[in-house]
Design a protein around this ligand. Structure first.
Ligand code: NAG
Ligand code: NAG
Ligand code: NAG
Ligand code: NAG
Ligand code: NAG
Length: 501
């Protein structure tokens, strides 16, 4: 499964982490390398019920069940970007990014969820935003769905309803139709693993249904088929006239073997396949990873089931899925080490953890942040980018999210500066030394915003937002100054004279 060459690369990366040697890459990024920042609709827009917008699942959760949010807050106003989008674009322009990644609110465009009623003022908000971006030389990169499902569709069982595939495809077609003349970069779903494993597996996320190893697989099956359907609609109806690119955004940890033993190397591969491969393999290779199919089928049989808990694609679906991405959209924040373990005994209820049968952890000496899971491990991104390159036919990769939080609200955000610098340096190494086609990098986020269940307690912004002021005043942090220089010089050192061409 793993070539000798790969083995040595892995060991080398593993050792590097131990040695903790870090040399900043001073080579300039290619002139056409994309530098951007990201947001999502619910996290910044506010105006939750203005101009004909209906309720989304997040409006419903935060308003009826505020105690699920750490500080009891919601996105009713958030950064007020619905009213302040011109100020946002001026901020992007000042920062010097060439791309802005944002999402569309389904319930703003189609209040009842379906395309029979398009809410024109909602559509106009995005048209105006896109026009403003283009007028300032900033390319929009649009996420069609970033978690805020119209409540009316959740009432019909949401993502788990087979009809979701059609609902989503119809919505995506409306978006291509409305905005596609001015949008050349599309992604269908943001981090579907959070929707499925969070929402229907471990239940840490809307709609909090606990069904590990069962409904989480059904959820992913529907999301993947909805993605493929939207992609093929773009092919058939829009690609020729609009000429854009369509993909999906997948979130991943870099999973590295905990040691150089063959068992741990195999375990890390299994973990990657169950995490990223679960979504990426159908899209780039036409089916679920073999290891998922065989392990889940075998364990399902052991549980006395007639069919595997992992659904199967029809031949037609495989064809639609296979190659349904024009680039690889990757969200990455952190990493973990993976060790082999004894196969867990068959149990009911099942779980994805047992289906994987490996053990992962973050070493206690890794650099910490204000969120437990977000350990800083910049050298590991090289392993992840190589893994994607090797498994999915050397795709163009855009790092669609990378960034770090704090809970102090500081303007002297030195950890964020250092985090971005080190991740970018390792990305530059990977491009230069391994020939991996990374074509863009997008920071999460341009400004502090509503961080889901963390409310406003965790700040990810290059700009500070004063949530106590009705103006939601935005102020650049030290990291904005740093990133501005990166966008301008395409280089990671402060002094341009030190950059290597
Ligand atoms: C709306 O939120 C409440 C509280 O969290 C929840 O019980 C209900 O199921 C939600 N409605 C839908 C359709 O998800
Ligand atoms: C699934 O959606 C259809 C409409 O497309 C609806 O008729 C049906 O009741 C929904 N199923 C559930 C379980 O809500
Ligand atoms: C996906 O497409 C590739 C290249 O065309 C092909 O080799 C592969 O067999 C396809 N996968 C499936 C599952 O059909
Ligand atoms: C299949 O599952 C059984 C338990 O039901 C287990 O003993 C066996 O090792 C598994 N085989 C494979 C190839 O995973
Ligand atoms: C709010 O912003 C407006 C326009 O930028 C400005 O004129 C006003 O002084 C600000 N008010 C506060 C309280 O900061």
């Amino acid at each position: 499964m793993i070539s000798i060459f790969k083995f040595f690369v892995l060991v080398a990366i593993f050792n590097k982490s131990l040695a903790d040697d870090y040399l900043l890459n001073k080579k300039r990024f290619p002139a056409d390398f994309m530098f951007g920042v990201a947001t999502s609709a619910y996290q910044i827009e506010g105006a939750w019920n203005e101009d004909g917008k209906s309720m989304s699942t997040w409006d419903n959760l935060t308003q009826t069940d505020p105690e699920t949010i750490l500080d009891g807050s919601n996105g009713n106003i958030a950064c007020d970007s619905y009213h302040k989008y011109k100020e946002d674009v001026a901020m992007l322009k000042e920062l010097g990014v060439d791309h802005y990644r944002f999402s569309l609110s389904w319930s703003r465009i189609l209040p009842n969820g379906f395309p029979d009623q398009i809410n024109q003022p909602g559509a106009n908000y995005y048209k105006n935003l896109i026009r403003e971006l283009r007028a300032n030389g900033i390319e929009p990169m649009v996420t069609i769905f970033h978690w805020d499902l119209p409540l009316a569709l959740q009432e019909l069982n949401g993502v788990l309803n087979e009809s979701f595939i059609d609902w989503y495809a119809d919505y995506a077609a409306v978006c291509f139709e409305l905005f596609g003349d001015d949008v050349k970069l599309w992604t269908t779903f943001n981090e579907p693993k959070q929707t499925c494993t969070g929402g229907y597996g471990y239940a840490y996320f809307i709609p909090y249904i606990h069904s590990e190893g069962l409904l989480e697989y059904q959820c992913a099956h529907n999301v993947l088929r909805a993605h493929a359907k939207a992609y093929r609609i773009y092919d058939e109806r829009f690609r020729a006239s609009q000429g854009g690119k369509v993909s999906i955004v997948l979130d991943a940890y870099s999973y590295l073997p905990a040691s150089d033993s063959a068992a741990d190397i195999t375990a890390a591969e299994t973990r990657m396949q169950f995490d990223l491969g679960w979504y990426a393999n159908p899209i780039f290779n036409g089916d679920y990873p073999e290891i998922m199919k065989s392990r889940i089928a075998n364990r399902s049989k052991g549980e006395g089931r007639d069919v595997s808990r992992l659904p199967e694609f029809t031949d037609e679906e495989k064809i639609a899925l296979n190659g349904s991405a024009d680039f690889f959209g990757l969200n990455v924040y952190t990493a973990a080490l993976v060790a082999a373990m004894d196969d867990p005994p068959i149990s009911n209820p099942p779980s994805k953890y047992q289906d994987m049968g490996v053990n992962d952890y973050q070493p206690s000496d890794w650099e910490t942040t204000s969120l437990d899971w977000l350990k800083v491990a910049p050298w590991t991104i090289r392993h992840l980018l190589n893994w994607i390159n090797d498994h999915y036919h050397q795709p163009d990769i855009i790092v669609t999210e990378n960034g770090v939080c704090d809970n102090t609200g500081t303007f002297q955000d030195t950890q964020r500066v250092s985090y971005i610098q080190r991740y970018l340096s390792n990305i530059r190494d990977t491009m230069e030394q391994d020939g991996v086609n990374v074509i863009g990098y997008i920071v999460w986020s341009i400004m502090d915003n509503f961080e889901w269940a963390q409310g406003y307690t965790q700040r990810f912004g290059l700009h500070h937002v004063d949530f106590d002021s009705p103006n939601r005043t935005r102020t650049p942090k030290q990291s904005a100054q740093y990133y501005k220089n990166v966008c301008e010089t395409k280089c990671l050192v402060d002094d341009d004279f030190e950059c290597i061409d």
